[in-house]
Design a protein around this ligand. Sequence first.
Ligand code: FAD
Ligand code: SF4
Length: 510
Amino acid sequence: MSGGEVRLVMGDQLNAQHSWFAERDDEVVYLMMEVRQETDYVRHHVQKVVAFFLAMRAFAEARRAEGHRVHYVALDDGENAQTIEGNLRAALARYGTQRWAHQQVDEWRLDEQFRSLRERVGEGREVDSEHFLTARGDLAQLFEGKKTYLMERFYREMRKRHGVLLDAAGEPEGGKWNYDADNRSKWPKGHVPPAPLEFERDVRPVVELLERSGVEALGAAEPFGWAVTREEAEATLAHFVAELLPRFGALQDAMTTQGWALYHSRLSFVMNAKILHPMEVIRAVEEAWRADPERVPLNAAEGFIRQILGWREYVRGIYWARMPEYAELNALGAERAMPAWFWTGNTRMACMRHAIGQTLQHSYAHHIQRLMVTGNFALLAGLHPDEVDAWYLGVYIDALEWVEMPNTRGMSQFADGGIVGTKPYAASANYIQKQGDYCSGCAYKAKERVGPQSCPLNSLYWDFHARNRPLLEPNPRIGMVYRNWDRKSTEEQQALLARAAEVLDQIESL
Ligand code: FAD
Ligand code: SF4
């Protein structure tokens, strides 16, 4: 096929609706590959690697069934060069062409690699991935000349641009843009959430392939119930809309040991792998609200849509506006090493044990666990953002750097000094106790601030603010914390700082 083209499809580009696949073309070969370059750039949860491999294999099969030519290089194929470049060169030689194409990638390291490949290898071209609702540079353009990038402003623009949840006059449905105030309920005592929709399959062959190949992964391989095909992704979306969406809003910030996914959609993997388009998800939710607003309240539909139309596109815009410097930011100068129990869940802190435990078991934690449990602890304890980033990038099934890093380094660790969030998400035990049932099963006492039984978060909260005072005090949204601190007696302040020092000293055995 000397006039043909080799088209690369990466593991997170499984978009069957891409215009590439609209027509069959025998002059085109789609090249897909499982490579050590991608399994090894961070230590991943085993379910994350398995999910990507299974999804890629299913995608390749489905395209073949439609009549497309797919060349799939499995991890243990003898011909596998284990790098994108090596496999691309081999495919060009095999199919006797110099022409190749790839879809725009989403991570800085890959973008650099592809830029270099296009310069050095054959005749390469880049096409759009046809997935996102904004172009890479849109956010930077919207906020040109501004110091802060307000998510809410971006989100309103997106609602208008895409005509989502607007009335006939182009105004927000219900009269407000944001119903977050209705979305902060605590977990109802004793309430058991519905079981997550899971898909049974034998993952042993892929797990054994990883073991045989020496890929170092973490966490439990089974039970593995993730959606990896287009049909399963659609079923997960339908299940979410039918069973979970009505309570998603009110309970989106709630926490409990009664379940691991609660009323969250678990759609992040299939969206990040591009199996589902974000607009399909948004429209399904908007339609469910329009069809029956009694069943699906507006605060649930709007709250959910904001996560995808707002946050997801917004963090991607931040990533492309601020990389590569963003990956180095450490505004609070946090230097502490991550305690070993982040990798085992072996701690007496019930909230951390549950959030880390389910992370290792399912490669998943919901947003408020990531932000207000593990993220909050890392922030208060001053863990180094490089280690925190590596942890989040490795452990979650949906973790790809463009979305993981602004959430971790920015929103959760405030290491960007306030680009993503206007203030750090720092909380004492009070917040965790209010939102759920973790504290009732804990070795520490949520109400105590000093003493050996006191919840570590209570003293760390004050220590965090005391040690970061020069940077944080000028922020008008934090001033009240310092006024409360200054009202404490010197003895009380010293006791809190002493308990925090003790906690940090014993961080490995908390
Ligand atoms: P739901 O609660 O059902 O939300 C629906 C969808 O909204 C998600 O699938 C996701 O696509 C989107 N969404 C929600 N919040 C965000 C957000 N803050 N940023 C971007 N998209 C959002 N999300 C990832 O996809 N990959 C990551 O690596 C990732 N790392 C995170 C790290 C930290 C420290 C924090 C605080 C958040 C992170 N998030 C990440 C965002 C969010 O926690 C996950 O998208 C969500 O928990 C995925 O579960 P779900 O599909 O059940 O989400
Ligand atoms: Fe977490 Fe503290 Fe509550 Fe224990 S007491 S669950 S450590 S917040």
